[in-house]
Every structure is written in C-alpha cells, then in structure tokens.
Design a protein around this ligand. Structure first.
Ligand code: M6R
Length: 364
C-alpha cells in the first residue's frame, strides 16, 4: 500500500534510506570494515574488462559505475544501452565480464544482450531487484538489490540500491585485482555506510523542493547539467522529469554546453545544475556562469559550501548534505526525483502511471 503517501513514487523515494541500508548490509561487513560479496565460480582477479549493459534509469546507474570500475579497480569499463549493444558487433575478448543492471530482471533488450554476451563466452553478473527473474536465473553471479517491490513506473529506490551494489562490487573487484589495500577498503566501506543517513538528510529538503516546483512546472524545456559521476545524474533528472511531468528535458555534461546546447538558453529555459563541492566544482560552476551570463535561470543543487560559493544569482538553490564524492550520486538522486515528482503533481499528471509507459518493457 501507499501508506500515508499520496503516490507510490513518493513512498518509494522515502524508502531509500531504509532499502539502501538493507542492501548495504548484505554487501558490507561493517565490523571488519570490508566489502563482502557473493563469491563467483570464476576468479574475479582474471577479469580484464567490464561491459555494462542496461536500459533507462538502470543504464544511468551503469554510467556512474563506469567511473568506479575505472577509478577503483583500474579495469576498463564500457557502458551501453542494451538495444544498441547487440547490433554493433561489440568486441568481447576472454576475461570479459558483462554486468547487466535491471530492476525487473525481465527487460527484453537487456536479456537479449545478456544471452548474446554469454554465447560469446563472457561471464555474466546481474544486478537485479527481482531475485526470481529471468536475468537472475541466467547470470553466473547474482548481485541482488534489496529495494523491495517498486510499483511506480518511474524508477527511484531501485536506482539508489543499484548504485550501492555497484560501488561495493567495484571495491570487491579492486581488491581482487590487488588495487585496494585494507586501509583504503576501510575508508571506502565507511563512506558507503554513510549513505543511508545522507539520504535521510537529503529527504529533509522535500518541502523546499516542493515550494520551488512551480518555477519548473511552467517551463516547456529544462536542462540538467553535471560533471563526472554527476553527469549521469543530470541524465537521470531529465528522464524523471520527462516521464512524469511531460516537460521536455535534456541532461548534458556541463562542459558540453558551450559546444551547442548553450544556444537554447534564454530566460524561459531553467537550467538545473548538479554540483557537489569537490574536485569538479569550480569547472561546473564556470559552465553555470556561462549560462547565467546569457540570461539563463539556474537552480543550483550543491552542499552548503557550494551554495555559499556560487548560489548568488540563481533563481533557487537546494542544499544537500556534504558527502564524500563516492556517495554523492546516490544522495543527489533524491533532489532530482523529488523535483520531478513535485513538478508532476503541480501539473496534475498521473505520477504512478504516466502515459505511454509500462513498468517492465518485455518487447525489443
Ligand atoms: O527493469 P529495468 O531496470 O530493466 O528497466 C529499465 C527501464 O525500462 C527503466 O529504468 C525505465 O527507464 C524507467 N521508467 C525509468 O524511470
């Protein structure tokens, strides 16, 4: 049931601190400060390349995970949308691991990519939310998310749980490759373990996000900008808004703005900037200022320090807790979900059953 919530989507957004904690519990051994994953029947240390395949929001989780596989494990990682992967004659060499990511575990394109990779001799890991699903059964290594049933067509809690699993798995692969010593592992585990509390803190801004939703609800087009692991979050924010409010939205890598999309900027196109303070902050802010210099209306999502440093001149700011960059993509998922939700409610759309969409897409 929806409990006290008006929609399943809102209920599922609010469940995130609990279900991410639940998911992390099965992947972290807190007492020993270690990640602990199911042991596959192949040697993880022999994995030389990772290919991540998924659709929609699950694909964006894969885009974030690419950073982790490359940064932590130094294993080359490709990410592809499942419907593209199969038809481009992808090169699959020995020592390749395919990771499929799917809430339902039944998405036809992703399943077809899994079967294709298997026939080419790849090992398969599946990050799925439905443990009895076809993908779960067909994988060599099952990495369940423990998000519980997700009813809203717009995926929310499945996404943050996918990120939790993928971060733990990237750390596990890094360890297997001899790239993560005990001290680094301990720090990583500590940062991951902070995610549930940080998600909770992010939810506290629900009312202020609701209060600014009218600024976005009147727009015809909205842009989302992010850099590094927050770039996929910009894509996710735009997808959420399109799906449930029917407002045209696009996500861009912040640095790409000046290569074209900045031509769209005027005072009618709100630009949502995702910029946690940290190593990429200054660069993102200078892209944001390019937008403002052309009359663009910016909503800045950052932490207290970021909002202090760059919030002036924005039409609104949303202050997130200050978190380690590893968990920022999880935490910043919350404001983009809530913003899409409140804009959709303001527009009076059917949040849980948006037009033309199905929860599980079982045709190619
Ligand atoms: O069940 P899956 O994770 O494989 O589904 C993939 C996409 O269909 C799904 O994420 C879709 O994009 C959602 N409606 C996004 O909110």
């Amino acid at each position: 049931s929806k409990g006290n919530h008006r929609h399943y989507m809102l209920k599922e957004i609010y469940e995130q601190p609990v279900v991410v904690a639940q998911t992390l519990r099965s992947y972290l051994r807190r007492m020993e400060d270690q990640v602990s994953l199911p042991v596959p029947d192949f040697d993880l240390g022999t994995i030389r390349r990772v290919t991540i395949v998924a659709c929609g929001t699950s694909y964006y989780a894969g885009m974030v995970a690419k950073y982790w596989f490359e940064q932590l494990a130094r294993v080359p990682a490709d990410v592809d949308v499942a419907s593209e992967f199969r038809y481009r004659a992808p090169v699959m060499e020995d020592g390749g691991l395919m990771i499929v990511i799917s809430q339902s575990g039944e998405t036809a394109d992703t399943l077809a990519a899994l079967r294709h990779a298997r026939s080419e001799g790849q090992k398969i890991a599946a990050v799925v939310n439905v443990p009895t699903s076809t993908m779960a059964r067909e994988a060599d290594l099952l990495l369940p998310t423990h998000a519980g049933p997700e009813i809203g067509v717009a995926s929310t809690k499945a996404f943050t749980c996918q990120l939790a699993v993928l971060a733990a798995f990237a750390a596990n692969l890094a360890r297997a490759k001899g790239r993560l010593d005990a001290k680094a592992e301990k720090e990583l585990v500590r940062h991951l373990a902070e995610a549930p509390a940080a998600l909770n803190a992010a939810l506290a801004y629900d009312e202020s996000i609701e209060a600014m939703a009218h600024l976005i609800a009147v727009a015809r087009d909205v842009l989302y900008l992010g850099r590094g692991p927050d770039y996929p979050l910009a894509l996710e924010g735009a997808l959420k808004l399109k799906e449930i409010s029917y407002i045209h939205a696009e996500g861009y890598a912040a640095g790409e703005m000046k290569h074209g999309p900045i031509a769209l900027i005027d005072d009618k196109v709100p630009v949502i900037v995702l910029a946690p303070s940290g190593p990429l902050f200054e660069k993102t802010v200078s892209n944001m200022q390019e937008v403002q210099a052309r009359g663009g209306k910016v909503v800045l999502i950052s932490d207290y320090d970021g909002v202090q440093a760059a919030g002036e001149g924005c039409i609104a700011t949303i202050t997130m807790p200050k978190v380690h960059p590893l968990i920022a993509p999880m935490v910043y998922a919350v404001p983009v979900q809530l913003l899409a939700y409140h804009v959709a409610v303001a527009k009076g759309t059917d949040v849980d059953q948006p037009r033309n969409l199905a929860k599980s897409v079982t045709v190619e």
